[in-house]
Ligand binder design. Structure first.
Ligand SMILES: Nc1ncnc2c1ncn2[C@@H]1O[C@H](COP(=O)(O)OP(=O)(O)OP(=O)(O)O)[C@@H](O)[C@H]1O
Ligand SMILES: [Mg+2]
Length: 394
């Protein structure tokens, strides 16, 4: 089915398909009918036979989609302006049976063959992507999602786009594995980015991306505009991660320069009462002039276990409910310092065995002290890095 079939009033637009090693398939789709649209998630809730489990992801997806094409959605009490979850289970009694469209009954398909034994349960999808309503008082430029062109995915939640002939990065709320907390963390990131506008080593916010509510059923419904993500300036040098893996450092001065730039970005965050909590090489990008730019600065967007300080790892192991961003400010600052030390160590390893590497290692050692109370402060680490910069310039 394609979007170029206006003559057909009944049309399905398939979105994400997930399964768990073949089991519990789920398909999200938009059902268009006579000018209205419904978001639907169809899930299977009974153990599938081995013959289906071993089909492989793509063949299973094709089989499940063929079945979904056959379902008569006009017979179902779909919910307007949201995502309807349809859970299919094996029926003990024939209540809420699944109806197959005329002409589809004869298709050879495992699910269509089973349809007469299936019943459905309908509810609002509790895991649907939540798009916040645009707060008109927000002091950030807004850009209509329909104005973005050449959208190309570069990471699960990040695409490059063209807007007014400029290449930008678009970070979206929607992502392949979405949890409701992602909406808050995107809005936290916007708030943080707006605070650090103009900082040369923190990613620069271009604006919020807004659209009409994607779940709107009837085009004539009046629904508030929502936020779908935000635009950042595009940094063309790639991530520090990739650089460390793939390239040779041409200039001896670069590792110390990057260390100083990342450290001062982090110090700026802390001075405004914010922490990063996901310092790692893939959250540092390089711009066209090879300056280090800190990204992913919500402070609440997730963490990476091996980059968590030992004391936070201990707390999390003893209390899985407690998240790093809910911990006291001093604990979070100490964790950023430790992760910054780990990043300096990675830079040291890339810098050979000379004096640059030694200098980075010595600062990293102070930052990675196991006991947070003896850990060197960010200010102390930056002073050491800057004196090293002065030495090598003279
Ligand atoms: N402004 C940008 N310019 C160029 N590339 C970008 C930009 N922002 C993000 N990216 C690319 O997208 C990747 C992911 O970005 P980001 O860390 O913000 O997303 P994320 O969903 O939080 O990812 P993760 O959970 O892996 O940290 C980056 O490592 C980088 O490759
Ligand atoms: Mg990231």
């Amino acid at each position: 089915m394609s979007a170029e079939m206006p003559s057909s009033p009944y049309r399905l637009d398939f979105k994400a398909f997930h399964d768990w090693n073949g089991d519990r398939p789920s398909q999200t789709l938009i059902f268009h009918n006579n000018g209205s649209s419904w978001w639907i998630k169809v899930e299977v809730d009974w153990p599938l036979p081995e013959s289906i489990l071993k089909l492989g992801h793509f063949q299973h997806r094709a089989t499940f989609r063929e079945f979904i094409e056959a379902i008569d959605f006009t017979q179902l009490p779909l919910l307007d302006n949201t995502v309807t979850s349809i859970v299919l289970s094996l029926a003990e009694q024939r209540h809420n049976p699944i109806m197959i469209r005329d002409g589809f009954q004869t298709h050879t398909n495992f699910y269509i063959d089973m349809a007469h034994q299936l019943c459905y349960t309908i509810a609002e999808d509790p895991k649907k992507v939540i798009y916040p309503t645009l707060d008109r008082d927000v002091n950030v430029p807004t850009i209509e999602a329909t104005c973005l062109q050449n959208i190309e995915l570069v990471a699960p939640a990040v695409s490059t786009v063209t807007f007014r002939q400029q290449k930008l990065a678009y970070k979206t709320i929607d992502r392949p594995i979405y949890i409701p907390e992602d909406t808050k963390s995107i809005m936290d990131e916007v708030e943080a980015l707006a605070l650090f506008s103009g900082h040369p080593n923190i990613a620069q916010l271009v604006g919020l991306v807004v659209s009409e509510n994607p779940y709107k059923t009837c085009p004539s419904n009046d629904m508030p505009t929502v936020v779908t993500g935000f635009l950042l300036e595009y940094y063309s040098g790639g991530s520090l991660d990739k650089f460390i893996e793939e390239s040779e450092i041409q200039k001896d001065s670069l590792p110390i320069q990057w260390a100083t730039q990342i450290g001062s970005a982090l110090e700026t965050l802390h001075a405004k009462g914010r922490t990063h909590l996901d310092i790692k090489q893939s959250n540092v990008l390089l711009d066209a002039e090879q300056n280090a730019i800190l990204i992913d600065i919500s402070g609440t967007g997730g963490y990476t276990w091996e980059w968590l300080s030992p004391e936070i790892q201990d707390i999390v192991l003893n209390n899985v409910e407690l998240l790093p961003w809910d911990m006291p400010f001093e604990t979070r600052v100490a964790a950023d310092c430790w992760a910054f030390g780990k990043l300096l160590l990675a830079l040291a390893e890339k810098s050979g065995t000379g004096s640059v590497s030694e200098a980075l290692r010595s600062v990293a050692d102070g930052l990675m002290e196991t006991a947070p109370e003896v850990r060197v402060s960010l200010g102390g680490a930056l002073a050491q890095l800057k004196s090293r910069q002065v030495e090598s310039a003279s």
